[in-house]
Design a protein around this ligand. Sequence first.
Ligand SMILES: [Cu+2]
Length: 106
Amino acid sequence: MTTVRFLVLLALALPVCACGPSTKPAADGTTVQVHATEGTIESISPNGRVLHIAHEEIPGYMLAMTMPFEASSAAVIKGLKAGDRVVFEFEEREDGRRVIVRCTKK
Ligand SMILES: [Cu+2]
């Protein structure tokens, strides 16, 4: 095993900290910021890809507000519906999109 491969595996094995933003490598070699917070789903678009969530304050990043998030896949929000209280993690992509990578009902 090469050192580089070992380091990549080590990085993947580290848990994402729920206490503040973290970064992880993106497929294109840049990094994305990952944030964790909780909120209430206000609506889900008919195609299931865009959720409007009233999220709590994310210290050092954002005040509490209702805003759109993109689901990274249908599986990520499977079984969730408007009105659900959720704990979720999202990535802030370089192009400004905020993409939910983990979302569970509270
Ligand atoms: Cu916001």
